[in-house]
Design a protein around this ligand. Structure first.
Ligand code: NAI
Length: 482
């Protein structure tokens, strides 16, 4: 049988790092080595300042690092020693060539497979942890088998990861389910059991679901497509609410009490972000096109289209409410991460909203409790055509140390991320330091809108009309002149 003593994980990112830290924490008799080609990342994993922020991650890493958890750049050594190898590298949307803008780029996964085939001197279980298109395991198997050395056997498993950033450690310690797909042969099933045994150290047996490889690969894309679809569905409703007087939170509550629908993931917002939803839905769309299923592709494409629409709609609302121009006005942006409790900004809606406002020549003051200044500036410069000179970005964008500094002397305050601290700010103080009329745009539905109205703010929220009387808004500053 295959007994697992050493595990290697290729890719020390948001998935590889936390996942393997929890495996090492729960399986003290296993040696877990996480490797990466990026030496800076590995150095950070070995330091006191981990490369990613995730609640409780520090504690888990500290409790087993140097004991049975190691971070290293020596990819080959870790491959040589391990019986089980996770491939947990990034699979971004292809930005070139065939399938550009939609297909998942599998070059990093493939290079891992080639490395394993070249280095291995004993049999391995290779586990596809990265999110991949259906049938990717077949490509990995083909690469491994085409380069196989005598006496070595490979089994490729699919074991997609369902953790969510911001709650990764909790999700890993107490998963809804663990999914393992493998070949329907005795060798395949033996490999499935070996990986299942690792998870059984802490996951109840009934939560470990096994199935064929292709179902497992598709299930990950399906799960993210359904989750993204719920967000786009409620966001589509929010647009109806804003023009009819219905309140999207009330609608969400009403439909959420239907047990078939359920109440989670029904909050209207400025759209989903993160490295996965858009990438995985587009991956599914491209897969459908390749499989000659254009109607299915078009169906899922709309989920991404509505998300783009929602972001654009929100930026337009800000511009319209600020008397149709934000040029040279100052707008405070609270939150830049794609959601609370993470420092990750990949595909964050805040990037798009800020870029829309910058296109209009607005000055923006940005505050986020966890995102570094360099990251924000890097994200905003992803569309260099917005800035007609290199200095323009620094001229228009100020990164602030707290929410109060960001709001001071601004025309509007925009909530882009639902950080808890934004609900508890002293809005009276903020109001007194803002230009009047002072606007709040709550893109995450986290503020107490009535008390903001009482303070004198003009309040705009997704999916609900609060200040319907535009004439009142316009007349206030000019009242003396009539
Ligand atoms: P990431 O970009 O944070 O980490 C990937 C790491 O792999 C990078 O540090 C990179 O240097 C390394 N790498 C790339 N090629 C390599 C190679 N040939 N050898 C060694 N290291 C290599 O990516 P993240 O977010 O961890 O995602 C990994 C996979 O997991 C993706 O397929 C993603 O779709 C999936 N996933 C991500 C989730 C998330 O919340 N971030 C959740 C569930 C799945």
């Amino acid at each position: 049988g295959m007994s697992v003593k050493k595990i290697c994980c290729i890719g020390a990112g948001y998935v590889g790092g936390p996942t393997c830290s929890v495996i090492a924490y729960k399986c003290p008799e296993l040696q877990v080595t996480v490797v990466d080609v990026n030496p800076q990342r590995i150095a950070q994993w070995n330091s006191d300042e981990l490369p990613i922020f995730e609640p409780s991650l520090d504690e888990v890493v500290k409790s087993c690092r140097g004991r049975n958890l190691f971070f290293s750049t020596d990819v080959d050594q870790a491959i040589l020693e391990a019986e089980l190898i996770f491939i947990s590298v990034n699979t971004p949307t292809k930005n070139y060539g065939l399938g550009k803008g939609r297909a998942a780029d599998l070059k990093f996964v493939e290079s891992c497979a080639r490395r394993i085939a070249e280095i291995a001197k004993s049999s391995k279980i290779v586990v596809e942890k990265s999110t991949v298109p259906v049938k990717a395991a077949e490509s990995i198997t083909n690469i491994l088998k085409a380069n196989v050395k005598p006496g070595i056997k490979y089994q490729v498993l699919s074991n997609p990861e369902f953790l969510a950033e911001g709650t990764a450690i909790g999700d890993l310690l107490n998963p809804d389910r663990v999914l393992i797909g493998g070949e329907q042969t005795s060798e395949g099933q033996e490999a499935v059991s070996a990986l299942g045994w690792v998870y059984q150290h802490w996951v109840p047996r009934e939560k470990i679901i096994t199935m064929n490889t292709w179902s497992s690969e598709l299930s990950k894309l399906a799960a993210n497509a359904f989750l993204a679809q719920r967000i786009s569905s409620i966001n589509a409703m929010s647009a109806i609410c804003e023009v009819t007087g219905a309140d999207v939170s009330e609608v969400a509550h009403a439909i959420g009490t239907d047990s078939r629908i359920g109440n989670k993931f029904l909050k209207a917002s400025i759209g989903f972000g993160g490295s996965c939803f858009q990438k995985d839905v587009l991956n599914l769309v491209y897969l459908c096109e390749c499989l000659n299923l254009p109607e299915v592709a078009a169906y899922w494409q709309k989920v991404v289209d509505i998300n783009d629409y929602q972001r654009r709609r929100f930026s337009n609302q800000i511009i319209q409410r600020l008397f149709n121009t934000v040029t040279s006005k100052t707008i405070a942006i609270l939150g830049f991460a794609f959601k609370k409790d993470t420092g990750d900004t990949r595909e964050s809606s805040a990037i798009y909203i800020c870029q829309h406002l910058l296109e209009e020549g607005a000055h923006i003051n940005i505050y986020d409790p966890k995102v570094k200044k360099e990251q924000i500036l890097k994200d905003l410069s992803s569309r260099p055509e917005i800035f007609d000179s290199p200095d323009r970005l620094n001229e228009l964008v100020t990164i602030c140390p707290d929410a109060y500094t960001a709001a001071a002397d601004s025309h509007a305050l925009v909530i882009c991320t639902e950080w808890d601290e934004f609900a508890n700010l002293d809005y009276k103080k903020i109001y007194s330091h803002m230009l009047k009329p002072a606007f709040v745009f709550d893109g995450r539905l986290i503020l107490d809108h009535n008390s903001l109205l009482d303070l004198g703010f003009h309040v705009e929220v997704i999916g609900k009309r609060l200040t319907r009387d535009i004439s009142r808004v316009v007349r206030t500053p000019a009242a003396g002149s009539t």
